[in-house]
Design a protein around this ligand. Structure first.
Ligand SMILES: Nc1ncnc2c1ncn2[C@@H]1O[C@H](COP(=O)(O)OP(=O)(O)OP(=O)(O)O)[C@@H](O)[C@H]1O
Ligand SMILES: [Mg+2]
Length: 295
């Protein structure tokens, strides 16, 4: 077990040892049954169909037999204590784990009914369809224009300069950044504020017209104003894209997502409509987490 997971387990042990107020009984012992996710993990018309997924780092099993559908055009939030496997599971969805030598992914993972891990699959094309925005904004040390034009150029999406200009403008507009940067498209992106850089990275991700955007704690380095802008953007993007967002902010999960998935020590404990997760969670561990008993 990793240090992080050990810390979480110790935290839970501590809260179990705590004195209970007179008259209150201790809840029945919490058991996580492998693969037995409670709630509504499946969808009628899934964009991703994920079955019996396990992820290993060397000998360590970081993801334990998870099955989940991600519906078309839904926003699903992944929540859970640090080290529970949210980023690992997210990275399976566009094969970002491929670049980690010791990482092995098992199970059946399908995107639009096609095997994501088919060795014949073009991973560059996959990552254009399933884009990713990271925790720390990572613009290229290029101009604002070139950052957004990068993907369309390598994927040959624009034949003429005017087509490329259109893609750059519309992506920046969708990312809520056009008005702020339209007069300095040649300025270097690394000179922008953190919130602007993050919206630029979102513009860069959507410039190739992805079908899915994966976001791993996209607001954790942003102030509340920049966070609000990114959240508005997620709401707008959800009209045309499938969005998977990892967040440590339960308020954020509640504000932006349709369904919420609660991870714990590599298990997927509960998936339900976001309202239900935050008002009447089915699993005891979900309840403990959202009421702040650990995490
Ligand atoms: N590159 C790696 N090599 C080895 N182990 C890893 C690697 N990345 C993650 N792990 C392990 O896999 C487990 C899940 O980690 P992961 O980063 O997916 O958790 P997380 O839920 O995203 O946590 P956080 O909220 O802190 O970002 C942890 O035990 C972690 O130590
Ligand atoms: Mg993470």
């Amino acid at each position: 077990m990793s240090t992080l997971n050990t810390a979480v387990a110790q935290e839970m042990d501590k809260s179990d040892e705590a004195e209970l107020p007179a008259g209150e009984s201790r809840p029945a012992e919490t058991v996580i049954e492998e693969g037995a996710t409670v709630g509504a993990p499946y969808a009628d018309d899934p964009k991703f169909k994920l079955r019996d997924v396990e992820v290993f780092y060397g000998e360590d099993r970081a993801i334990k037999n998870i099955s989940l559908d991600i519906a078309r055009n839904e926003v699903i939030a992944f929540i859970g204590p640090s080290g529970c496997g949210k980023s690992t599971f997210l990275r399976c969805l566009n094969r970002m784990n491929d670049s980690i030598d010791i990482c092995r992914v098992k199970g059946s993972l399908q995107l639009d009914d096609q095997d994501l891990y088919d060795p014949k699959r073009d991973v560059v094309e996959l990552r254009a369809r399933v884009g990713m925005v990271f925790q720390k904004p990572n613009p290229f040390p290029k101009s604002i224009y070139d950052n957004v034009a990068y993907g369309p150029r390598i994927h040959g999406l624009a034949n003429r300069k005017s087509d490329l200009d259109d893609i750059v403008e519309s992506s920046l507009r969708k990312a809520g950044l056009w008005e702020e940067v339209k007069d300095r498209l040649d300025a270097t992106a690394t000179g922008m504020s953190g919130g602007q850089q993050q919206r630029l990275c979102i513009a860069r991700a959507i410039a190739v017209s992805p079908e899915v955007v994966l976001m791993d704690e996209p607001c954790s380095a942003l102030d509340p104003i920049a966070t609000a802008k990114v959240e508005e953007l997620i709401a707008e993007l959800s009209e045309s894209y499938t969005i998977v967002i990892v967040t440590h902010s339960m308020q954020q999960a509640a504000r932006v997502s349709h369904r919420t998935a609660y991870f714990h020590l590599g298990h997927l404990v509960e998936v339900n409509d976001t309202n239900k997760v935050f008002t009447s969670p089915e699993h005891e561990l979900t309840e403990s987490y959202i009421t702040g008993r650990f995490g």
